[in-house]
Design a protein around this ligand. Sequence first.
Ligand code: PMP
Length: 361
Amino acid sequence: MNIRHLARTNVLALEPYQSARRLGGKGDIWLNANEYPLPPSYALRGDKLNRYPSCQPPGVINGYAAYAGVRPEQVLVCRGADEGIELVIRTFCEPGTDAILFCPPTYGMYSVSAETFGITCRTVRTRQNWQLNLPEIRAQLDGVKLIYICSPNNPTGNIIDPDAIRELLEMIHGRALLVVDEAYIDFYLQASLTGWLAEYSHLVILRTLSKAFALAGLRCGFVLANEEVVQLLLKVITPYPLALPVADIAEQALSVDGLRQTRARVAETNANRESLVRALAACLCVREVYPSASNYLLVWFDPAYQVFKTLCNRGIILRDQSNQPGLADCLRITIGTQEECQDVVAVLKALNPFSSLSKES
Ligand code: PMP
């Protein structure tokens, strides 16, 4: 029996998110998913797997609230920031009526989550410097319930100008919520907007343990917002979003020692990134390395397909961004270990632009 005709029309039409795992590839140096290159070592504690976990484990909520400098009532924990993106849509958007707005080039899950729930996507391209085009956003606000802004932006790496975000918050006051995706903010914590929650009841911030906490496999993220928003999200979230082992490890990651390890990881990643920036700038196949406040670099190559393929043949997997608006010939490189960064540079140093390698080879 053909089951396809029973599926929802928008699901049939949906282009699923091309995650790094879905795209796959063969290699031993994985620089395509903005993960931390080495696993942290946490041991599972507790043996009560016969019991359901708490929906919002207090140890995790209190730990993250202390880390982020907010009150526990302002924290919701979920299965990664991806679940946070979806929860806000399911809580605030009316299918068939409301729209979300985001500013490409940016993270791909805002559109996938919206489309899955029958919510219209409106896009306003960023300016050439990847900052917000406020007049155009203002012109597109009709019917928009949520605006997603990613800062540092994936894949461009830039922080979105806080003055523009403030102007946007004032502009949409009373009609929409602003969701700021801070998945990578731990690499540049001074730019976090958590301090603004007290001022703006319509500000929502997404966070994750997948990046600086080196726990992408754990699937643990957070929504930070005012209590009224958190209470609404709690009506929609599944009864037991966090498996007991997840809560156990998240709590350890947020302990004094866990946070010390994260701070060390951030310092090391940022130092590796800056060395990689300098080394890449000296490679002939590199046209521009864009400044980044996170654990990846966006690089404009000459040409990107050659670099991607050559590295791929050496088992080094990057993320091709050339199909994103305005990012022709751009690849995203996750900051790996120092050795992994050096391996990338060693291959690229040997590459000249316009070399004999053809597109087909
Ligand atoms: N937001 C952005 C900007 C991301 O890059 C990612 C990770 N790909 C996510 C959210 C989702 O993170 P998580 O692993 O917490 O679901």
